[in-house]
Design a binder for this molecule. Sequence first.
Ligand code: CP
Ligand code: NVA
Length: 318
Amino acid sequence: MAEETISLQANLTGRSVLTLLDLEAEEISALLDDAAYLKTRQRNGELYQPLLGKSLGMIFENASTRTRLSFEAGMTQLGGHALFLSSRDMQIGRGEPIQDTANVMSRYVDAVMIRTNSHAEVEEFSQHSNAPVINALTDNYHPCQALADLLTIKEAKGTLKGLKLCYVGDGNNVSHSLLVAAAKMGMEGVVATPPGYEPDREVVKRAEQVAQENGGSVKVTNDPDDAVVNADVIYTDVWASMGYEAEQSAKEKVFQPYQVNEKLVRQAKDDYIFLHCLPAHRGEEVHTDIIDGPHSEIYEEAENRLHVQKALLVAVIQ
Ligand code: CP
Ligand code: NVA
């Protein structure tokens, strides 16, 4: 086979990505450019296998459709191999220390991807791992999702800087990563939640600092109607995240005014796009008119998980 001569822009060799705060704005831009390039190649059916012989260990403590499929298919497309590891079937599920698991795993694989509730556990794992660690969702952050979201917005709008990104719903992991993503890229990030469900104060503070450095802004409000005025992007997520399903019924009433529906989006820009990380609950956080309507980019967004994660895998492993 002819020697592969292309080289991607992002270089994060050996680095872990636990939140987008771990990346410079320029590094995020480079990853998005690389992802767009890999997407075109993939769609043209062109093989690109820089990770031949490399392995990704994927630890899942929670359910997943998109994350598992996109990482696994992505590693295959790059010439490497992904190992699906349910924490229930690993010794870690029987109490083996994170320190030992991380030390041992990183002697077998070239990168580790983890989905678990506790962000502190992922931080501890990465401290003891000689291989780069990628956060594939914790209670605090979902950075791979936010990278895919940025790519989707950039494709739809041609740019990121100056755009208004409005998240309406629960102040959760996805809202945190979006706030940081918007701040990094010089966007206007707005999060509207019911009182008592705002994003974590520390995350908001960090995002505000990042926004100042990058010419963006961050706002948290309890007023969804005001939040969506002139929005370029409207985003929502489930009202009860994984591990918090018991909160669902208590939340249903208080979150009702935060449903993304025709009435709420009226004040957004005419060409706004709607995003949702999925899985979605139609009729709860979003009306079917919106998620299945002409402004919705949810399936492109889901596909983009594959392309940004491939760019990320090449950047941290090579
Ligand atoms: N958006 C997302 O992370 O989907 P999964 O939970 O299916 O991986
Ligand atoms: N906030 C959701 C995102 C799922 C991809 C959760 O944590 O369950």
